[in-house]
Ligand binder design. Structure first.
Ligand SMILES: O=C(O)c1ccccc1N[C@@H]1O[C@H](COP(=O)(O)O)[C@@H](O)[C@H]1O
Length: 216
């Protein structure tokens, strides 16, 4: 069975359509002021309307979200999942899931085996775990930078629910990343862009085709 894919940082109807038509399992929308992909919850609500209830899961990507943002997202965009990409604890992940009434994707910054090990405390708490590359020192963004980590660190790792590999994936390397890591889910942002925050429908299609062809 091929891996499932999340296309992250969508901001136009054309790129939402390309991701949906290409068979993405998850569509991600970013709510982080420093990101070139930042949206308002109201803008994201308009973007997800055409695909709501059509089998694809929508994801609100956040960094240490406060309760006000969680409430606003649930009142407008109504995502299927909330991704948290900051320093959230297992207790905070539980709280966000209970408050929102939807599952949480907890992201980790990885450069060593120990970084992967820390995820054990969230297994069974978060709906999905996501392993992303550690950003370079001083980066304004915790994700969406195109940085990669050693995919082999995930080889043989099993969790109670399917996990994501993220960080520096693109249409040309994703098949190898799936083979090396054995990951069931992949996530991409900058690797399907022609400039910061500018998603390219043709690159989205190429990425999803490469995922379908990959062998795990
Ligand atoms: O994409 C962003 O701008 C972003 C902002 C804040 C938190 C997370 C963000 N992106 C996440 O990082 C992964 C990997 O990005 P890339 O493929 O290396 O560019 C992305 O898919 C999002 O989940």
């Amino acid at each position: 069975m091929s891996a499932g894919a999340k296309i992250c940082g969508l901001s136009t109807p054309e790129t939402v359509k390309a991701a949906f038509d290409g068979g993405a399992a998850f569509l991600g929308f970013v709510f982080f002021a420093k990101s070139p992909r930042n949206l308002t919850p109201e803008a994201a609500a308009r973007l997800v309307e055409p695909v709501r209830g059509r089998g694809v899961k929508t994801v609100a990507v956040t960094v240490d979200p406060d309760d006000a943002l969680v409430d606003r997202l649930m009142a407008t965009m109504r995502p299927d999942l909330i991704q948290v990409h900051g320093k959230e604890t297992p207790a905070r992940v539980r709280e966000i899931a209970a408050r929102a009434g939807v599952g949480v994707i907890k992201a980790f910054s990885v450069s060593t085996t120990a970084d992967v090990d820390q995820a054990a405390a969230f297994d069974g708490v978060a709906e999905h775990l996501m392993f992303d590359a550690k950003p370079v020192e001083g980066s304004a963004l915790p994700g969406g930078t195109g940085a990669r980590f050693d995919w082999g660190l995930l080889s043989g790792r099993r969790f109670s629910r399917p996990h994501f590999l993220a960080g520096g994936l693109d249409p040309w390397n994703v098949a190898e990343a799936i083979t090396v890591s054995g990951t069931p889910l992949v996530d991409v942002s900058s690797g399907v862009e022609r400039g910061p925050g500018l998603k390219d429908p043709a690159l989205i299609t190429a990425f999803l085709d490469a995922v379908k062809r990959a062998k795990d």
